[in-house]
Design a protein around this ligand. Structure first.
Ligand code: GUN
Length: 300
């Protein structure tokens, strides 16, 4: 490196780490207080039904984490762990019974579902008032109309972290990488509702790096390790890495990485979420928050 390059390199501070784990713990504390108040007022805990079909190992971990953290904040969880060859009709019948069960405030059906079960049919069967994932078309429509709504957990977690760090997001340029129904689309909608100028890029986009480099806020949710590097990041940008990818390192050890090349990005970004310990914990905390919200709204 030349003397000048060394000087510039040293002058650029490493990106600030956005501690989603700590923020999520604080959020869970607030939910615990709210859940205790709800229990005092109503004589019952808020209730979350957790439905998992099949044996996908990652889904099993997520579902266990959701139920353990629910218990820790005083939310009752009702697990329904179904065999991999459960049929769609059986799953729809279960959802119908949960819709009519007064002790259930929220229904979470872990995705993806096994082939042969229509995710759209299952999501549409959930009563919108109990749709703590915010995936039902009724809630998707309300979000796009800017009305109060059950907001999908991962994008909500991202928004809370952004507002905590940046305050009012009005006028900022936001680029969302990925267009899934779970993260990319609702994230773009939330950022638009928060008055950002929003672009979504995806696998068919031209000039992805160029688009990303315009972003004050870059949210990456694709599921491809190392997809985003220095060439995608405007110096000083706030970068949220939603990807959770299991990879093997050179020693054959398995570890989790995001979609962003962390070492490279931390030299350019102003702030960056780590994987693990960034967005993941926020998703679960927001699910608990949505469950408390649903419980309060149902008993009003
Ligand atoms: N699978 C991956 N993320 C999610 C989520 O936020 N909710 C549900 N239900 N399934 C998922």
């Amino acid at each position: 490196m030349s003397d000048l390059a060394t000087e510039i390199h040293q002058a650029v501070p490493a990106a600030e780490l956005i501690d989603g784990k700590a923020f999520a713990a604080q959020l869970r504390g607030e939910v615990a207080e709210g859940a205790a108040g709800f229990s005092r007022d109503t004589g019952r805990q808020p209730g979350l039904a957790v439905v998992l079909v099949g044996n996908d190992p990652a889904s099993q971990v997520y579902v266990r984490t959701k139920m353990r953290q629910a218990a820790e904040v005083g939310i009752a969880s009702f697990p329904h762990l179904l065999d991999a060859n459960t049929g769609e009709a059986e799953l729809l019948a279960l959802i119908d019974s949960l819709n009519h069960d007064d002790s259930v405030d929220g229904i979470l059906v872990q995705l993806p579902l096994p082939a042969g079960i229509s995710e759209a049919a299952v999501i549409e069967a959930i009563a919108p008032a109990k749709d703590v994932d915010g995936f039902h078309p009724y809630n998707v429509g309300r979000l796009s109309a800017g009305q109060p709504v059950m907001v999908p957990c991962t994008p909500l977690g991202c928004l809370l972290l952004l507002q905590d760090r940046l305050g009012d997001l009005s006028g900022l340029k936001a680029v969302v990488v990925g267009r899934s129904n779970i993260v990319g689309k609702p994230m773009a909608q939330l950022l638009l509702n928060a008055n950002c100028t929003v672009t979504t890029v995806h696998s068919r986009s031209r000039n992805m790096a160029e688009e990303c480099r315009q972003a004050d806020i870059l949210v990456v949710a694709v599921g491809r390790p190392g997809l985003v590097g220095v060439e995608h990041i405007k110096p000083g940008a706030t970068v949220l890495d939603v990807g959770i990818n299991r990879v093997e390192d050179e020693q054959g050890q398995s570890r989790l990485v995001g979609d962003v090349d962390f070492a490279a990005a931390s030299r350019v970004a102003g702030a960056l979420t780590p994987v693990p310990g960034g967005i993941g914990p926020m998703t679960v905390a927001c699910l608990l928050r949505n469950t408390l919200t649903a419980a309060r709204q149902r008993t009003r």
